[in-house]
Design a protein around this ligand. Structure first.
Ligand code: NAG
Ligand code: NAG
Ligand code: NAG
Ligand code: NAG
Ligand code: NAG
Ligand code: NAG
Ligand code: NAG
Ligand code: NAG
Ligand code: NAG
Length: 525
């Protein structure tokens, strides 16, 4: 919630929310305010805002600064001898940027800042003086511990070392010594030697790496932060902790939970071939005793080779080409197979009663269908393949009525199959010329059975009407005897171009004449 509020505040005000660092100090002590801003080479501006006036310290000469007991020292503003007069708000800013970093100084008559520190028996313990004086920045400040060992260092801390310690920082400046004293509350705890200290990670012992790439391997241990040590060694000896090394490790210890978690991360800034032949061991020491270790090795990641990739591509290309070839080459068989076995065809009713109307045209050659062939064509289509046909008989007398009858027949059929006949049973080509326009207009589906070579159809030796119709229709070649068996390519092609047989009950919509014609032709044959 707070994060969101801060975020909203930032959005609304358009500036970073101000943070104020609270500083409390006893009168007479030295105070240093450290400006924690990225400054580069830009000047740091310091101001003091005590409600009555704002003082910009940068304008003052060092003599003026000294007069009021303030020293500007690089990133720090140092108040040598704090008094109530120094109370108020201080701020620093880098260059001309409008962002100010705020401090609030309160000076008390009696004040001691305390810090809590914890050590475990019987390990070494270093007390840390919680000074805010940037010693190195300022001058040669020295730390003195008033109780306990010199420099606040216990070689082997004991339970009775628990207690309050004070440290004084003494900073010489212009012949004077300026001091500040802090308190440290030390708690020495009995460490439990039997407390578990174990390595949690890594569980695996080999890591896949890519040569030339960076790699990080985390070693994680459940242990106490104060008395344990977690580190990496390689076959060559200790691994460097310097970040500039190609292989180094750094470590952290997370004390936030009861079970402390220590992590030592091994970094390879760039994995090299030589690293693959080495063992890397993460070791955990707890109270000076080895409590666990994990040895890992690196292996090169298997890369898909370029050759197998190329082979795969070629195989896939060839396979697709074969698939395309098969589909094109066997499209007729595939379509008929789907239609016959799986019943995959459009079954929407179009209101037509017949699948096809067989109509004769005069064949130029003597290879056309004779009466017997036509009978065979009919019976195979009807009886073997289940098509319902509308038939035309040459016995119908020529004239207007016939053309009308034929057109009705065409109207009721899904396809018109044009059969070359020799001799022409008539009226044939004449009739075709008459109904040619009607066929084109209705976009009737036409199937030509040819006995001629395709060149003949293009040469223009055929009647004009037939020529025109042939351009919009599908062609199926009749090769005489070899086309007879129902399994021949002729029948496959014909069935391919014909729609799937409609097995819905037929509604007789045709005029009586057509049926007469059909029955007559049938009885004759
Ligand atoms: C500064 O002035 C404000 C009111 O303008 C007041 O609330 C605050 O206590 C004053 N601070 C000091 C240090 O005098
Ligand atoms: C302090 O410095 C600012 C610019 O940094 C300048 O405008 C101002 O006049 C100076 N004041 C004094 C008293 O020198
Ligand atoms: C600090 O200031 C007090 C009076 O405010 C003075 O008695 C004391 O001598 C000063 N200390 C130093 C080191 O200047
Ligand atoms: C701040 O100063 C720099 C030069 O030090 C200048 O380039 C920049 O424009 C200044 N910005 C503002 C807001 O005055
Ligand atoms: C001043 O001290 C701070 C903290 O002690 C440090 O980060 C910084 O680098 C120091 N600056 C210089 C110039 O020594
Ligand atoms: C240590 O200092 C604290 C004040 O911060 C006080 O309450 C406590 O009694 C002191 N303990 C000892 C052992 O002097
Ligand atoms: C600071 O401490 C030193 C000893 O560490 C002492 O000589 C000196 O007088 C002290 N200065 C002040 C102002 O208390
Ligand atoms: C360890 O080093 C890596 C890489 O330099 C860095 O990202 C990470 O923050 C470091 N961890 C600690 C705890 O310093
Ligand atoms: C790595 O460790 C295995 C046993 O874990 C050992 O056999 C092998 O010699 C070691 N290799 C190196 C280079 O130390």
């Amino acid at each position: 919630m707070m994060v969101i509020q801060l975020f909203l505040l930032t959005l609304i005000s358009g500036v970073h929310p101000q943070t104020i660092k609270e500083i409390h100090r006893q009168a007479g002590e030295i105070v240093a305010l450290y400006c924690d801003l990225e400054n580069g080479d830009a000047e740091i501006l310091w101001k003091w805002d005590n409600n009555q006036s704002v003082i910009l310290y940068n304008n003052m000469s060092s003599a003026e600064q000294m007069q009021i007991g303030v020293v500007l020292h690089r990133e720090s503003l140092v108040i040598l001898n704090a008094s109530v007069n120094h109370q108020g708000k201080y701020a620093c800013s880098v260059g001309n940027s409008s962002r100010w970093y705020w401090f609030s100084l309160t000076v008390h008559d009696h004040f001691r800042m305390y810090d809590d520190q914890r050590c475990y028996t019987p390990a070494a313990c270093q007390l840390d003086c919680p000074s805010d004086i940037p010693a190195k920045n300022f001058s040669n400040c020295r730390t003195t511990w008033h109780k306990g060992p010199k420099y606040g260092y216990f070689e082997s801390v004991k339970k009775e070392h628990s207690g309050n310690y004070t440290c004084t920082q003494s900073c010489p400046y212009r012949g004077q010594m300026y001091n500040v004293t802090f308190g440290v509350r030390l708690e020495v705890k009995q460490s439990d030697n039997r407390r578990t200290a174990e390595i949690l990670k890594p569980r695996e012992t080999t890591f896949e790496v890519e040569l030339g790439s960076p790699k990080v391997i985390d070693c994680e241990a459940l242990t106490s932060c104060s008395e344990s040590d977690l580190y990496w060694i390689s076959s060559d000896g200790f691994v460097d902790k310097k970040r500039s090394s190609r292989i180094f490790y750094n470590e952290t210890c997370d004390e936030s939970s009861k079970e402390n978690k220590r992590t030592a991360s091994l970094f390879f800034t760039e994995v090299k071939e030589e690293d693959l032949s080495k063992n890397y061991t993460c070791k955990l020491d707890h109270f000076g005793q080895r409590t666990g270790f994990v040895t890992i090795t690196l292996t090169q990641k298997a890369r898909p080779s370029h050759i197998s990739l190329a082979v795969c591509t070629v195989v896939l290309t060839v396979l697709s080409a074969v698939m395309v070839f098969v589909c094109v080459k066997f499209k007729v068989d595939i379509r008929l197979f789907l239609r016959d076995t799986l019943g995959c065809h459009s079954s929407t009713s179009d209101g037509k009663s017949y699948d096809a109307f067989l109509m004769c045209y005069e064949s130029d050659t003597d290879k056309g269908f004779n009466a017997h062939d036509r009978k065979m064509l009919e019976s195979v289509l009807e009886q073997r393949f289940g098509y319902s046909l509308c038939l035309y008989d040459r016995d119908v007398l020529p004239g207007r009525a016939v053309a009308q009858v034929v057109l009705d027949c065409i109207e009721q059929s899904r396809t018109v199959v044009l059969v070359p006949a020799s001799p022409d049973p008539g009226p044939g080509s004449g009739l075709l010329s008459a109904i040619h326009e009607a066929l084109v207009e209705r976009q009737t589906r036409l199937i030509f059975i040819n006995t001629e070579t395709p060149e003949v159809w293009k040469s223009g030796s055929l009647p004009k009407a037939l020529q025109l119709l042939s351009e919009s229709g599908n062609h199926v070649a009749w090769k005489g005897m070899s086309s007879m068996p129902p399994s021949s390519s002729f029948w496959k092609q014909l069935r391919y171009h014909l729609p799937a047989p409609q097995r819905a009950p037929k509604i007789q919509l045709l005029p009586q004449t057509i049926q007469d014609v059909n029955s007559k032709w049938k009885s004759q044959n």
